[in-house]
Design a protein around this ligand. Sequence first.
Ligand code: SP5
Ligand code: ZN
Length: 335
Amino acid sequence: MFKVFDERQLAHAPALEMHNGGWTAHNETPSRAELLRERLGPLAPARDFGRGPLARVHTAEYLDFLEQAHARWLAAGREGDAVGYTWPVVRRRPLALDRIDAQLGRFSYDAGTPITAQTWEAAYWAAQTALTALQPLLDGSERAAFALCRPPGHHAGADYLGGYCYLNNAAIAARAARDGGIARVAVLDVDYHHGNGTQDIFWEDGSVFFASIHGDPRTEYPFYWGHADERGEGPGQGATLNLPLPRGTTAAPYLAALDQALAAIDAFDPGLLVVSFGADTWEQDPISHFKLATEDYPVLARRIAALGRPTLIVMEGGYAVGALGDNVAGFLAGF
Ligand code: SP5
Ligand code: ZN
């Protein structure tokens, strides 16, 4: 399997995240990628496809903000990581306010996703990592590829960051595949958390099918997306499928949901499958509440591989650093 990793992703290391009313050590650490690099090597470095493919998913205003936010934070006399504290209610007027705190609110939806001096560089190379891994699937020289992306991407929308995500690596690759001539692309999101950013990006796009299996947002982050009645709109009506599952879900009901998602994807007949893969469905993940065992990951992967579609696997979450190597290696071994 062709696997890609770029060192420049490691420099992003936010210190703290807001959780349940207090600041705690950030869960999305460089060590996640460092240990996977050691375990999964050899890994090809990313090629540079430039800003063009990023701008096919994210707005120019958002990309400019993300690139400049930390410098503007320092210019305002602040220290450490940039993080917002006032948010407009989603979809209110996009006032073009200049103050950095207003911009942080406009372009984010949570306080768990700080911008450091190195965030733009790392997120940029995470997106390039996904684009690089996509290439051999487009030219037919590989049937499966793995993008070791960090920071993750599936919570980032066209004009917002959140959930430890800044640029939506999976969506950028899916859109690039569409632009490269693949008529229909499916995204299967098996991170513990709903991939709200990916869903929003393709909400009205009937050419990209989005299916997600995740902790029920009635109790789980990100709360405001991922409910079973969200199915897409306009030309995208019916091209979104949400399968929320309760806390404590074990392999048997998880695999039943997976089969349902795979049947819908098969009926859509995509020329490419993008898997947003989070290992935070593991039973001892520190921030999640499913009960999948390490031995379950090859089983999941074999069912996905049985679709027989060219498949790009993009790394999303997974925070039990000690078990991440076995869980990710086990998943990849199923392809
Ligand atoms: C990509 C991904 O998996 N993002 C997950 C974002 C979840 N963010 C909020 C979850 C709250 C967990 N905070 C726990 C802190 C314990 N010290
Ligand atoms: Zn997650």
